[in-house]
Ligand binder design. Sequence first.
Ligand code: ADP
Length: 319
Amino acid sequence: MKKIGVLTSGGDAPGMNAAIRAVVRKAIYHNVEVYGIKYGYQGLMEGNIERMEIGSVGDIIHRGGTILYSARSEEFKTDAGQEKAIEQLNKFGIEGLIVIGGDGSFRGAQKLTEKGYPCIGVPGTIDNDIAGTDFTIGFDTALNTVIEAIDKVRDTATSHERTYIIEVMGRNAGDLALWAGLADGAESILIPEKKEDFSTVVNKLKRGRKRGKKHSIIVLAEGVGSGFDYGKRIEESTDLETRVTVLGHIQRGGSPSAADRVLASRLGAQAVDLLLEGKAGRMVGIEKNVLVDHDIAKVLHEKHTINDDMYKLSQELSI
Ligand code: ADP
């Protein structure tokens, strides 16, 4: 393989730039030409493709977002769209593609691989919702953003003796809420993977107040529902003054943490090695701090699971 391509797709995540940098530098290290495709699959179908050099990825390792930009494309989900994409790749002589993104992006990569075009997936999403890897690129940075925000909310919660619901991202996964809740000593952590009775949550709040607690923090994953609805329910059934903070897209931005930069560098470089070994339809990941790769089809079929021990611990520590 003498020419490879790289794109970022779907929701962006801090650390994607570090992954692009690793792909470009590792390819050039192996004397392979590398092409950057802008705006994900949409840009690929339109031939928005540029040769990248060592200097193209200078000074980006610390920057959030993605220098290749991202997009969502309905057209690419069709056979015609995928064939258009392969036509463009062939036109540029690009023999393999690295896709940095989440599960939707991997579905696209899987389709191209099924059509005979080799792709490797690199998991980049703050949601940490991909099977076959302990961590996705961006999760650690988003987690730190959430914690910084909760620490600030905690100050004002104490001053006013309020109960705060913090709604965090994660789509259908509860990882971000679970880790943030544990790291911030939340009273309750509400995640889609575990059912917590409303009465249990309320009783815990009341118990805390009786003990003299000045504030309460509940971390709620967006996959559970609206933080505002939950806050309203608490206010209606208790005399606790409740406020809701929806952290929203600040969780997707910012300079990537050291952990994300290192993870992105390792995964991006590993993706290049797999392509050069002739592998296709694989996703790189990290398990127990060891680099692994799995069949993308299998990864898409399986569900990412939360760490049950961590959930249990969060409950034991928030009595
Ligand atoms: P993420 O990768 O963050 O999960 P999306 O789910 O929005 O983000 O997917 C990103 C893009 O991947 C979509 O806009 C689409 O172009 C492509 N994609 C998603 N699902 C499929 C599919 N089933 N077949 C082909 N392409 C897909």
